[in-house]
Ligand binder design. Sequence first.
Ligand code: SF4
Length: 341
Amino acid sequence: MSKTILTYSALRLFQNCRRKYHLRHYEYLVPLKADEVLYLGSVWHSVMELWYGEGDLDAKLLAIRNLIDKSFPDHNSDPSQKRDWHLCHAMFDGYRARYPKEDFVVVGIEQEFSIPIINPLTGRSSRTFELRGKVDGLVQMRDLGELFLLEHKSAAQITGDYIERLPSDFQINLYSMALSRFMKQKISGVIYNVTRKASLKQSEGETEEQFEVRRAELIKKSKTGKSSAKRKLPESNEAFRERLKEKYYDPEMFYREILYLSDEDALRTSTEIWDITKLILTARRENCWIPNWEACFKFGSKPCMYWPLCRSNNNPNVRDNFYKIAPPNEELVELEPEPIF
Ligand code: SF4
């Protein structure tokens, strides 16, 4: 019997909320409307994949421009697509300028792994689960020849907190341990490659009415009873592009951290994964998927994607109107049976 696939995302979902894990991995539900923030992040990953992939410079640049254009097909008419389309182009242009040369060579892109989940106490493999995933990139440092994962992130903020938490990031610890076991080669750590998403907005200008209200206010305050105010016109695409370009001249829009991960880190991560599988087995056996109401609004102001369903006590109309069925672990493709390295 084939084993149940666990990925980083699946493990993370279970840790955050068991009900969420069940809705995604047993009922296969996803919202009909894609999350814009997650979508932008996935486009950025695809941009990085092309940038560090094979091919000559001109071909890559063309492919990246096409990718961004195709990812936001309605950028001429839809305001949110237009914003993200401008942003992605500016992020990429800024990124190229910021990193004209790299201290590493790319060994692999979107490298997949598949490994048994091992009980760290007995060394035995789980009969129920296997661990699979895909890392953004694998690179080799030019100086010492060490292998590192290259993980791309796009983030609204790069705060001290964000950086402080990186060594405990479950995802990079898991990927490093898993790929190292899959390839049977030591991976020294992770290059955490963060690009900030500028929060600039293209000005929409004023309507005639808004202008008249503002002008009347200014006249009221003016000693002469007059105002030379002019109506604010919408910001042109060119002007907005220029503002974004300038924003990305700022080196603080980019951040890289090299983290070394030890054998103790790998053992701790393996133990954590094993412990989660035990909890999943218990939940499965008892068919008990406890909701974690603390997690519903955990990520900023946006609720969890299943909030409408949970809030409605699993109302079938909500289920039919807001969700569709999609296979889990869509990010994975069929693996070759043997490691490629
Ligand atoms: S809305 Fe809350 S309880 Fe429901 S799945 Fe999401 S996190 Fe869990």
